[in-house]
Design a protein. Sequence first.
Length: 54
Amino acid sequence: MTKYQCTVCGYVYDPAVGDPDGGIAPGTAFEDLPDDWVCPECGVGKDMFEPLDE
C-alpha cells in the first residue's frame, strides 16, 4: 500500500500503521480513510496529501 505525505507539515500516513490515535486501524488504505479525516500533526484535510514515491 502506498504511503501519503502531508504537503503542509511532512507527516507521512503509513497504511501499515494506520492512525491509532485517530481510530484508524492498521491496514487501512489512504483511499479508505473517512472524508473528514485530518492530518494528526497539523489538521489539514486529505486533499493536502500526496502519494510518496518509494
